[in-house]
Design a protein. Structure first.
Length: 70
C-alpha cells in the first residue's frame, strides 16, 4: 500500500491535499480539475492520487501553451 508522500519507481505519489499545497490551489479546485480530466490523476477506490513527475510534466506543457498563445 502506498502511504502519503511515499515514493514509487515512478516518483512521489501525492494526495489531493498535497497537490493543492503544491499548486497553491484549494482542494475544491483540485477536485474540480481532476473530475474534468485537466490534471493527470488516478483513482484508487474513493481517493485520488497524483504522481509528482506527471504533474510536473503537465505544468511544463501548460506553461508552454500559455507562452505560445501570448
Amino acid at each position: 500500500m502506498i502511504e502519503q508522500g511515499e515514493t514509487t519507481e515512478s516518483g512521489l505519489v501525492m494526495t489531493v491535499h498535497e497537490v493543492a499545497k503544491y499548486l497553491r490551489l484549494s482542494e475544491a479546485k483540485v477536485y474540480q480539475m481532476t473530475r474534468k480530466g485537466s490534471v493527470p490523476a488516478i483513482r484508487l477506490g474513493k481517493t485520488w492520487r497524483f504522481r509528482k513527475d506527471l504533474l510536473d510534466d503537465w505544468i511544463r506543457r501548460e506553461t508552454e501553451k500559455s507562452l505560445h498563445v501570448s
